[in-house]
Write a protein that binds this ligand. Structure first.
Ligand SMILES: NC(=O)c1ccc[n+]([C@@H]2O[C@H](COP(=O)([O-])OP(=O)(O)OC[C@H]3O[C@@H](n4cnc5c(N)ncnc54)[C@H](OP(=O)(O)O)[C@@H]3O)[C@@H](O)[C@H]2O)c1
Length: 328
């Protein structure tokens, strides 16, 4: 008889958690049982999942006593820091969507199209990278393998859903002043060059995440990287302009073909017909959309890309579930 796996969804009432439920429904993995957890605030919330009504329970230190094979945590860094080690001590493998363990050298940071081999050395926790990093490294990996990346300049245009339910609310309600739930300024009609907190060097934590996580996932600490991350008044799907300098020169046609033939990528690049990736088209998909593929004439061996993906799916929920599928 085949084994039944028990999976805990922590943060099931949040944006990423609810999307994880949707992706799990689509995948309909055989022989899985589920339990949904949230904070005390929404304990008792009813969620219809797999044609059944589930009640989200408050996560406590005893939650993992009943024995789980896997847990997907999407409930913020503090929840992960406190509860993930408890889950691991009870024999559960944790796939963590928060930033709590991403740069821990004992924790693999995995995008299945890029470094699936790193899953095997996990010690109980596998980290899911930051959403803006995941969609960037999917096209960067095959390019790095072929032309060897020297330097990356990231400029991001990140959707409000990246800041969770309260971020989306600030956009939809056009919140101002005391009504703002998430952002420092109104997001409606503004681009905010401010994602996560500012660090002493003037960069934001989000910018540091992109720089450090890219190096860890690609296994290339020597790549020079800079980033400017910007929140824009788009509900879902992050867009990124990526400028890349390579060690070796390329033929543009080869780059386009390489991207077309790499896993998880859809090339949309036909400017004569105004075709390029858009947030509204990427919404609800798991692939990373790449377009505006062109040579940077201002620097040798350099390329520009426009990269769009659903930050809640590929940037969080779907990537975590792809890792789960590799584990089983
Ligand atoms: N949004 C994205 O694009 C994205 C992408 C990658 C990674 N992530 C990460 O995924 C996580 C969730 O993000 P989100 O956008 O889904 O946020 P969200 O919409 O604000 O949801 C947060 C979830 O965490 C739960 N939670 C909060 N404190 C908890 C606690 N002490 N114990 C148990 N559950 C608790 C909340 O439960 P209640 O309903 O009870 O409050 C809710 O289910 C964050 O770590 C975020 O950094 C987000």
């Amino acid at each position: 008889m085949s084994k039944t796996y028990k999976l805990a969804i922590v943060g099931a009432t949040g944006l990423v958690g609810r999307t994880a439920l949707k992706v799990l429904e689509e995948k309909n993995l055989p022989n899985f049982e589920y339990k949904l957890f949230c904070s005390k605030k929404s304990a008792g919330t009813k969620l219809t999942f797999m044609g059944k009504e589930y009640i989200a329970e408050e996560l406590t230190e005893k939650s993992f006593d009943e024995g789980f094979d896997f847990a997907i945590f999407s409930a913020g860094g503090n929840t992960s820091k406190h509860f993930a080690p408890i889950a691991v001590s009870k024999g559960c493998i944790v796939i963590d969507n928060s930033s709590a363990f991403r740069m821990d050298e004992n924790v693999p940071l995995v995008v299945p199209e890029v470094n699936p081999e790193d899953i095997s050395w996990n010690k109980g926790i596998i980290a899911n990278p930051n959403c803006s990093t995941i969609q960037a490294v999917v096209p960067l990996k095959p390019l790095d393998d072929k032309y060897k990346i020297k330097r990356i300049v990231y400029s991001t245009y990140q959707a409000c859903s990246g800041a969770g339910l309260r971020g989306v609310e600030d956009l939809i309600t056009k919140a101002k002043g005391n009504d703002l739930k998430k952002f420092a300024h109104p997001i409606y009609n503004n681009c905010l060059p401010h994602i996560d907190v500012f660090e002493e060097d003037g960069y934001t934590k989000e910018e540091h995440k992109m720089i450090n996580e890219t190096r860890k996932i690609l296994g290339r600490q020597d790549i020079r990287i800079t980033a400017t991350t910007v929140r824009v008044p788009v509900e879902n799907c992050h867009s990124e302009a990526i400028n890349i300098e390579f060690e070796n020169d390329f033929v543009l046609e080869d780059v386009i073909n390489l991207l077309k033939n790499s896993p998880g990528i859809i090339v949309q690049d036909d400017v004569s017909n105004n075709i390029y990736p858009l947030s509204t088209n990427a919404n609800g998909h798991d692939e990373v959309f790449v377009g505006r593929i062109r040579r940077d004439f201002s620097n040798p061996n350099s390329l520009n890309l426009w990269v769009v993906a659903d930050n809640i799916r590929k940037g969080a929920a779907s990537n975590a579930i792809q890792i789960l599928e590799k584990l089983i």
